[in-house]
Ligand binder design. Structure first.
Ligand SMILES: [Zn+2]
Ligand SMILES: [Zn+2]
Length: 193
């Protein structure tokens, strides 16, 4: 597999500690691009296995949707994904977008979030760091954070209650700094001098 070869080669590169340290601070765009290509190939392979397991057809549309998702960064809803594909001249039906997303979520290659709004938000999840979300209830901005203590809680609760925990969802809701500043400015304007 090409991915395995790259892994082997990658491990061999960290020879000199001096260059290794520098490399950490200035990752080359080329190495990052090849990393993403490998990741996409892995994801495609997993998706193929899933489709075969379920006896579903491996259509070009389904793979185009998967590629579009892994080319995106951040969160998106179904309509944004559909519009993005249409813009790039990719012909897919809305129904295919919906059912492919369902398959990807079911397999854990995409995560689905309900951020207190009607439309669900999605993001790619394979090979991306675990994270949780803070959501502004005013402007609906979503910020990601990563705290290893949450993973510790997950493990502890699983042990304590004899659950094999598969995943978790943690959303914190509040009002962001920008929205609070705006509200304060508006309040100052409305206060008679
Ligand atoms: Zn806000
Ligand atoms: Zn996220």
């Amino acid at each position: 597999m090409p991915a395995d070869l790259v892994d082997e080669a990658g491990q061999g590169v960290g020879g000199s500690s001096e260059t290794g340290y520098a490399a950490k601070h200035t990752p080359s765009a080329a190495s990052e691009a090849s990393l993403n290509t490998d990741k996409l190939e892995e994801v495609k392979k997993l998706f193929t296995a899933h489709l075969e397991n379920k006896g579903l057809r491996k259509t070009g549309e389904r793979y185009a949707i998967l590629e579009e998702i892994y080319a995106r960064s951040g969160h998106f809803d179904v309509e944004e994904l559909y519009a993005g594909m249409k813009e790039r001249g990719l012909q897919v039906s809305r129904a295919t977008v919906y059912n492919t997303l369902d398959l990807l979520v079911e397999q854990g290659l995409v995560s689905k979030h309900q951020f207190g709004r009607n439309l669900a938000q999605y993001e790619k999840s394979y090979g991306y760091r675990q994270h949780d979300h803070v959501i502004c209830t005013e402007c609906h901005k979503v910020v990601e954070f990563c705290d290893p203590r949450i993973h510790g809680i997950q493990t502890m609760v699983g042990d304590l209650l004899n659950f094999h925990i598969l995943h978790h969802s943690l959303n914190l809701y509040g009002i962001c700094g920008d929205c609070r500043a705006k509200a304060e400015a508006a309040a100052r304007q409305n206060t008679p001098a």
